[in-house]
Design a protein around this ligand. Structure first.
Ligand code: ATP
Ligand code: MG
Length: 133
C-alpha cells in the first residue's frame, strides 16, 4: 500500500474500499486534514468494509473506540479509532495503552489528527491526507 495518499471528499468511499482490500492487519492509518475534511467519514466507510455493524461516531471525548470486524477471507480484526483533536499531549495517548497494541497483526488503527503525535508514530504508519476538494 502507498504510504502517503491524498483523499478528497468525493473519493472517500472508493478510497476506503480500495484501502480495505489492501489491509492485512497491523496497519496504522494516520488521518490528517482540516475540520470537516472527511476523516470520520473515512473511518465510517472503512468500518463498513470491515463488516463492523456498530454505528461509528467520532471518539472526540472518549479519545478511542474499539470495534470488532473482519478483514478479507473473514480474518478477525480489531479496529481502533482515535480522535486526538482534544488531546493535549502524548502521555494521554499512551495512557490508553494503544502504543502497545498498534501495529499488531490482528489490529488496524485509525488516528484522526495524528499529526499531533507525528514524532511518536511508528515508521510503518500510512499517512492519509484529507482535503475538501
Ligand atoms: N462518504 C462521504 N463522502 C463525502 N462526504 C461525506 C461522506 N460522509 C460524510 N460526508 C460529509 O463530509 C464532511 C466531513 O465530515 P467529517 O466529520 O468526516 O470530517 P472530519 O475530518 O472527521 O472532521 P473533524 O476534524 O471535525 O473530525 C461532513 O460535512 C459530512 O457530512
Ligand atoms: Mg472527525
Amino acid at each position: 500500500m502507498k504510504h502517503r495518499q491524498n483523499i478528497g471528499l468525493g473519493d472517500i468511499n472508493p478510497a476506503a474500499k480500495k484501502i480495505a482490500k489492501q489491509l492485512k492487519g497491523g496497519e496504522i492509518l494516520a488521518l490528517i486534514g482540516p475540520l470537516g475534511s472527511g476523516k470520520t467519514a473515512f473511518a465510517k466507510a472503512l468500518g463498513k468494509q470491515l463488516k463492523i455493524r456498530h454505528k461509528i461516531t467520532s471518539p472526540t471525548f472518549t479519545l478511542m473506540h474499539v470495534f470488532a470486524g473482519r478483514l478479507r477471507k473473514n480474518k478477525p480484526v480489531v479496529m481502533y479509532h482515535l480522535d486526538l483533536y482534544r488531546t493535549k499531549n502524548f502521555a494521554e495517548v499512551k495512557a490508553l495503552g494503544i502504543t502497545e497494541l498498534w501495529g499488531k497483526p490482528q489490529t488496524v488503527t485509525l488516528i484522526e489528527w495524528a499529526d499531533k503525535i507525528k514524532k511518536y508514530l511508528p515508521k510503518k504508519t500510512i499517512y492519509l491526507y484529507f482535503s475538501h476538494d
